[in-house]
Design a protein around this ligand. Structure first.
Ligand SMILES: [Zn+2]
Ligand SMILES: [Zn+2]
Length: 264
């Protein structure tokens, strides 16, 4: 069953449709056309077993003609073609508890297929497939929100209104200069079995501008000269390309890690 990310977190109720094998109505599961009776198997005389002599011993085996049934259906039921069972469309309203995750199996007792010879029905298992969210990721019961901020916001600090559709807007202040993690306890996913819930972690996705205006570039160059950083002056390349071109191996590794973080 397909589930929205949000429904998996908060729980939902869904109508599902499925087919299950039930005892065939016209023949009442016997497999013989109504009004006809199965004939006794002539191979085993209705015993379902045949004996073979092997030296001094007599070995009983399942009758190959009737497969142990003792009867042979000469006039099979037209509805089920002698199988005794037929597929029936069923629908069911399923309660999905809050906090379920991808791959989890829900067991619904007594909604499975009927047992052989009128035995009690088995259970129905529903495997959940949770769609991904654009905004959130899950790590167990913790929600991870990837929040884009500019490198200036990260450096100077800022107040962010985190737009989370999961909860009422929590707002987070970034300390100055910013580290990359803020979190709200118990704003995550409820434990599917048990009490409590996980946390919401906000991870900052620090963005470097793709393009700089002349003025922005000049200000950054001033900043660089104040902090004695060597930069390429007046270049036309975008800052990102510039960083890649000029970076040491170490920086390159950092950039790669960052771009992986962006991809999440
Ligand atoms: Zn039938
Ligand atoms: Zn037989």
């Amino acid at each position: 069953m397909e589930l929205d990310f949000r429904d998996a977190v908060f729980g939902t109720e869904k109508e599902i449709q499925f087919e299950k094998e039930v005892s065939c109505q016209p023949c009442k599961g016997s497999g013989a056309e109504p009004g006809s009776t199965p004939s006794y198997c002539s191979t085993c005389g209705g015993h379902g077993q045949v004996s073979r002599n092997q030296g001094f011993f007599s070995v009983a085996t399942t009758c190959p003609a009737c497969h142990g049934e003792g009867k042979i259906i000469t006039n099979p039921c037209r509805k089920c073609r002698g199988r005794g069972r037929s597929a029936k469309k069923s629908s069911l309203s399923v309660k999905v508890p809050a906090g379920v995750d991808n791959g989890l199996k829900l067991r619904i007792g007594g909604e499975g297929e009927e047992g052989d010879l009128g035995g009690p029905p088995g259970d129905l298992y529903i495997v959940l497939h949770v769609r991904e969210s654009d905004t959130f990721r899950r790590e167990g019961v913790d929600l991870i929100l990837q929040q884009p901020v500019s490198f200036v916001q990260a450096a100077l600090g800022c107040k962010l209104d985190i737009k989370t559709r999961m909860e009422k807007k929590p707002s987070l202040s970034l300390p100055e200069p910013s580290m990359d993690i803020g979190s709200q306890s118990r704003a995550g996913v409820p434990h599917v079995r048990g009490v409590g819930r996980g946390d919401l972690h906000v991870r900052l996705d620090i963005r470097i501008p793709e393009k700089l205006s002349k003025e922005q570039r000049e200000i950054l160059e001033q900043y660089a000269s104040l902090s004695h950083e060597e930069v390429q002056k007046g270049g036309r390349v975008s800052s990102r390309e510039f960083l890649i071109a000029e970076s040491t191996g170490f920086n390159r590794k950092l950039l790669l890690q960052q771009s992986r973080a962006f991809a999440v």
